[in-house]
Design a protein around this ligand. Structure first.
Ligand code: ACO
Length: 275
């Protein structure tokens, strides 16, 4: 089956790595209702697409995403409560529910501007690799709203409270290097090597057993709101579930390759997974 095509986003494949690109470069990839509907459809489809093992989220042109489209998302739905409600639900659905629970690893490749509402998808993905000179900002305060949707929650969840309040209250822009210092991004690279470094990272993820990776990311995210006792119980049950779900894990292939075959060092890299 050929890939789906959309008006506001573009899908590209490189082997098992699928890139979803917000594709409104002339509007700095601001999120219109149409873009939200496209993203909702694409992520629902790609979550079940067997050819996709790593998902990269990026933007066409100079921007990663300039936040919600002030004209199409805010102004033009102001007198249309049905459309406002539909696009608001869709916006939350893909940026948070679908992305933060996506069953394969997700990587934001932040190529440029990232503002306001874009912080929700920035925080929903598993990993962020940014251009050093990408510009980030909680610009809501500059035009008269608070960081809404769940952006304020995303900020305090991902950053130290002092930093979250500082950037939300001042709207001061910062660059990709600062995003790493703030804990919003994993790595910053010069723009010229951003794509190459992101693909290198994706290849690293592809070497891992996909079930272990999925259960690990679910587990690390889930335990944050738990007590130590709840986490211990949950993680024990989760490990049992992983072994039931994946035969390689049940057969302890990794342990065998280290102890019997002596083909790798678990401390230095992954075992040879066949999945
Ligand atoms: N909503 C609607 N249109 C937008 C948005 C946006 N968020 N961002 C950019 N555009 C449009 C501009 O209106 C302009 O359209 P036009 O060509 O029809 O005039 C076009 O995209 C290009 O924008 P420029 O401002 O000309 O581009 P420039 O490269 O100089 O600046 C920048 C880019 C810094 C991103 C600037 O456009 C900007 O500040 N955008 C708003 C960012 C923002 O505050 N986002 C909202 C956050 S709040 C929220 O998401 C809830």
């Amino acid at each position: 089956m050929s890939d789906k095509t959309y008006e506001n986003i573009k899908i590209e494949r490189d082997g098992a790595v699928t890139t979803v690109m917000l594709n409104r470069p002339e509007k700095r990839n601001a999120m219109s209702p149409g873009l939200h509907y496209d993203m909702e459809d694409a992520l629902t489809w790609l979550a079940r697409d067997e050819a996709t093992r790593v998902l990269i989220l990026t933007g066409a042109g100079e921007a990663w995403c300039a936040g919600q489209d002030l004209k199409l998302y805010f102004r033009e739905t102001a007198n249309n409560p049905d459309e406002r409600a539909r696009s608001n639900t869709s916006s939350h659905h893909w940026r948070w529910e679908l992305l933060s629970r996506f069953p394969k690893p997700t990587v934001a490749m932040v190529n440029g501007y990232c503002f306001g509402g874009a912080f929700t998808q920035l925080c929903a993905v598993d990993f962020v690799i940014t251009a050093e000179d990408a510009i980030y900002g909680l610009s809501e305060v500059n035009w008269g709203i608070i960081p809404g949707g769940i952006v304020s929650w995303n900020l305090t969840d991902m950053m130290l409270p002092r930093h979250a309040l500082y950037y939300a209250a001042t709207g001061e822009p910062f660059d990709g290097k600062r995003a790493v210092e703030l804990g919003l991004a994993n790595f910053a690279y010069p723009k010229e090597s951003l794509h190459e470094e992101t693909m290198k990272f994706a290849q690293k993820l592809l070497k891992l057993n996909p079930s272990v990776l999925r259960y690990t990311k679910d587990a690390v995210k889930a335990v944050r709101g738990m007590t130590a006792e709840q986490a211990r119980d949950y993680l024990g049950a989760k490990q049992d579930a992983l072994a039931r779900h994946d035969k390689e894990i049940a057969d302890k292939v990794g342990m065998k390759q280290f102890l019997d075959d002596k083909t790798y060092r678990p401390g230095l890299g992954p075992y040879q997974s066949k999945t």
